[in-house]
Write a protein that binds this ligand. Sequence first.
Ligand SMILES: [Zn+2]
Length: 114
Amino acid sequence: MIRWQRIQKEASKIAGRGITIHGTTALPEDIRAFVKDDAKQVEIVLNMKFNKTEKDVVLSLAHELAHVTLGDEGHGDTHTDEAKRIEKSLNSALERSKARGTKVSKPSRKSDRT
Ligand SMILES: [Zn+2]
């Protein structure tokens, strides 16, 4: 299960503006994800072929979000470090939500919809 809403919320926090995440099967084989950033809104497009687990999604988003927070399309050490920082932050947000989830004794209607 991929917790899209929590991931999207946390990603928006990191980017400091609204984020839309799209998934598609229409990308070339060698592209895992890409980002379109126009100051107001950030759009991240994920290649569904490479983003099948929550871990894959977190890694892809961390990579793309690092371009957003750095305002740079490059792939040097700075980008690698920033992507790692973002990955940790996304994972800790997901961990927090997992910890809260364990307190729920029976499934709610809400969780059926996710
Ligand atoms: Zn990149």
